[in-house]
Design a protein around this ligand. Structure first.
Ligand code: HEC
Ligand code: HEC
Length: 237
């Protein structure tokens, strides 16, 4: 008797020590990688979303906003958990009656095929938590405001911002590269093509006394290149 009791105790202690049983800490997941792996095949993950005419499913931002809006909770603090519970269940047991998707879209897309066996419940909890936090309406508004501000800028300013030209060039004064004013003075309005070539291909050895070289900027479109070249040439004044 005494002996078996000790053995039982020993097993319990060992189990606790190994961290098994109900209180085992949950594995931590890279939810962002998981959602790409498990859901991106059908749902576009961008925010704001990209949509395609023949898409297999509504974009994930639309799904998340929709479920968030339609889910009823007594207390706002329960919303995140309720959202996670809904998504975790829906992905394994989807049905037309559970879906918050409107009838027309449901008909277009068809009910989501169950992902049972392709994703575990723990993985789904991590994915759903990520969806709730990432596709946040306030975050979205912030992105759209920034984007609108950026698109309202003149083209030359968008180039300066995205390519960080002013990290190396001053407008009036040399930094680690010649100032745009000096460049404009060296060239004239007729040299637009030369300037565009240097921006496309980079430049080295044309200007004395600078230790860095000018890297190529291949991915600018024609109108952006013209805009920045013209703006540089205007700095001669
Ligand atoms: C094989 C394609 C496919 C995959 C993979 C897929 N889904 Fe879906 N999903 C759909 C379609 C189609 C719909 C829209 C119809 C519907 O609501 O069932 C949908 C709808 C949903 C909805 C319900 C939206 C609502 O309004 O009720 C949720 C939640 C959802 N998906 C989450 C996920 C998550 C999370 C993953 C990754 C683990 C995933 N889906 C993977 C096709 C897919
Ligand atoms: C990493 C630093 C750096 C960045 C970033 C940079 N430049 Fe330059 N740039 C230089 C240097 C250094 C030179 C001088 C190169 C030389 O001696 O030929 C130069 C030269 C130039 C010239 C004169 C080329 C010539 O043919 O005489 C132009 C025009 C120019 N840069 C435009 C730009 C624009 C527009 C951007 C942003 C899209 C930019 N640069 C970003 C370092 C930089």
């Amino acid at each position: 008797m005494h002996r078996s009791l000790t053995l039982a105790h020993l097993l319990v202690v060992t189990a606790l020590f190994l961290g098994c049983g109900d209180h085992a800490p949950k594995k931590s997941y890279d939810a962002k990688a998981l959602i790409v792996q498990k859901c991106a095949e059908c749902h576009n993950l961008d925010m704001p979303p990209k949509t395609f005419p023949d898409e297999k499913a509504p974009p994930m931002m639309a799904v998340t906003f929709h479920v968030r809006d339609f889910m009823k909770v007594e207390n706002p603090s329960e919303k995140r958990q309720k959202f996670i519970d809904f998504v975790t269940d829906y992905v394994i047991n989807p049905s037309a009656s559970k879906s918050f998707c409107d009838k027309k879209s449901l008909q277009e897309y068809g009910v989501m095929p169950s992902q049972k066996g392709k994703v575990t419940e723990d993985e789904l909890e991590a994915i759903a938590g990520y969806m709730y936090d990432h596709y946040d309406p306030e975050k979205f508004m912030e992105i759209m405001t920034q984007r609108a501000r950026f698109m309202a800028l003149p083209a030359y300013k968008r180039v300066l911002e995205t390519k960080n030209c002013l990290g190396c060039h001053g407008i009036e004064k040399d930094k680690i590269a010649p100032s745009f004013k000096r460049i404009a003075k060296k060239y004239g309005q007729a040299d637009e093509a030369t300037i565009i070539k240097s921006i496309e291909n980079g430049s080295r050895g044309k200007w004395k006394g600078f230790k860095v070289i000018m890297p190529p900027f291949k991915d600018l479109n024609e109108s952006d290149k013209k805009a920045i070249a013209n703006w540089i040439l205007e700095q001669a004044k």
